[in-house]
Design a protein around this ligand. Structure first.
Ligand code: HEC
Ligand code: HEC
Ligand code: HEC
Ligand code: HEC
Length: 190
C-alpha cells in the first residue's frame, strides 16, 4: 500500500478525484430549455428521430396570409395591379426551376406545398427544403447540419432551415473576417 497524505482535495488517482468530485453533481440537471427564451417550440418526428424546432407561424409578419388571400391568386392578380410583396424577390434556383408557387400554395396561402401538390405546414418548412436538398436534410436530422439549441443538452432542440437561410435568398453574404485585413485595404484602394 502506498501512503496517502489524506488531506482534503488530494486523491490517489485521477479517477478517484473525478468520482469524488462528481458526487454532488447528480441531480444537477442540464437542459436546453434554458435557451428557448420566448420562442415557442414544436416537436417533430422524422424517421424515428424526435426533437424540438422553433415555431415559425408566430414569427412570420404577414401571417395569416388568408387575411388578404381569401380568393384564388389569379383573381387577386387581375384585380390588383400593384405588387403586394415588393420586398420579396427570389434569388435561389433559377426561374425556370422555381417561382413563388413552387413553394406557396395559390389555392391556400396559409400553407406551403410540395412539388407534387401536397400541403406542407409553415412550421414544417424543412419538408419543403428536403425535397431538393436531401443531403443537408439528412445531416440536419442527425444533428450535423445546423445548430443544436443548448448543445446536446436534453431535450434535443434544433434550429430549423429558415432560422438560418432566407428561403427567398438562401445564400449567405460573403463576410470579411472581423480582424484588420490587408485584402480589404487593397480592394478599397481599387
Ligand atoms: C396585406 C395583404 C396581403 C397579405 C397579408 C399577404 N398577401 Fe400575398 N398578395 C397580396 C396581393 C394583393 C397579391 C396580388 C398582387 C401581387 O401579385 O403582388 C399577392 C400576391 C402574392 C403572391 C404572388 C406573387 C407573384 O409575384 O406572383 C404570393 C406567392 C403571395 N402573395 C404569398 C403570400 C404569403 C405566403 C402570405 C403570408 C405569409 C401573403 N402572401 C400575405 C396581398 C397580401
Ligand atoms: C423555395 C421556396 C419558396 C419560394 C420560391 C418562395 N417562397 Fe415565400 N416563403 C417560403 C417559406 C418557407 C416561407 C416561410 C419562412 C419563415 O418561416 O420565415 C416564406 C415566406 C413568405 C412570406 C412571408 C414573409 C414575412 O415575413 O411576412 C411572403 C409574403 C412570401 N413568402 C412571398 C413569396 C413570393 C411573393 C414569392 C415569389 C416572388 C415567394 N414567396 C417565393 C418559401 C418560398
Ligand atoms: C425545387 C427545388 C428546391 C427547393 C424546394 C429548395 N431549394 Fe434551395 N436550391 C435549389 C437549387 C437548384 C439551388 C441552386 C443550386 C445549388 O447551389 O445547389 C439551391 C440553392 C440553395 C442554397 C445554396 C445557396 C448558395 O448559393 O450558397 C441554400 C442554402 C438553399 N438552397 C436552401 C434552401 C432552403 C432553406 C430551402 C427551403 C426553404 C430550399 N433551399 C428549397 C433548389 C431548391
Ligand atoms: C444554424 C444555422 C443553419 C441551419 C439550421 C441550417 N443551415 Fe444550411 N447552412 C448553414 C451554413 C452556415 C452553411 C454554410 C454556408 C457557406 O459555406 O457559405 C449552410 C449551407 C447550406 C447549403 C449549401 C451547401 C452546403 O452544404 O454548403 C444548403 C443547400 C443548406 N445549407 C440547406 C439547409 C437545409 C435544407 C436546412 C434544413 C434541413 C439547413 N440548411 C439548416 C447554416 C444552417
Amino acid at each position: 500500500m502506498f501512503s496517502c497524505k489524506n488531506e482534503e482535495h488530494e486523491y490517489h488517482s485521477v479517477i478517484e478525484k473525478i468520482e469524488s468530485e462528481s458526487k454532488n453533481y447528480h441531480g444537477v440537471s442540464v437542459t436546453s430549455e434554458l435557451y428557448f427564451e420566448d420562442t415557442d417550440m414544436i416537436e417533430i418526428s422524422e424517421d424515428g428521430q424526435s426533437f424540438l424546432i422553433p415555431d415559425r407561424k408566430g414569427q412570420i409578419k404577414s401571417f395569416a396570409c388568408t387575411e388578404c388571400h381569401s380568393k384564388p391568386l389569379e383573381q387577386m392578380q387581375s384585380e390588383n395591379l400593384k405588387k403586394a410583396h415588393w420586398d420579396v424577390s427570389v434569388a435561389h434556383a433559377d426561374l425556370n426551376t422555381m417561382n413563388c408557387v413552387t413553394c406557396h400554395n395559390p389555392e391556400n396561402m396559409d400553407n406551403l406545398k410540395s412539388l407534387t401538390g401536397n400541403t406542407i405546414d409553415f412550421n414544417a418548412s424543412y419538408k419543403l427544403c428536403s425535397q431538393c436538398h436531401t443531403k443537408q436534410f439528412q445531416d440536419w436530422k442527425g444533428g450535423a447540419h445546423g445548430k443544436q439549441i443548448g448543445g446536446w443538452a436534453p431535450p434535443r432542440a434544433s434550429m430549423t432551415c429558415v432560422n438560418c437561410h432566407n428561403p427567398h435568398k438562401p445564400a449567405f453574404e460573403t463576410k470579411w473576417p472581423a480582424r484588420f485585413n490587408t485584402q480589404t485595404i487593397k480592394e478599397r484602394n481599387n
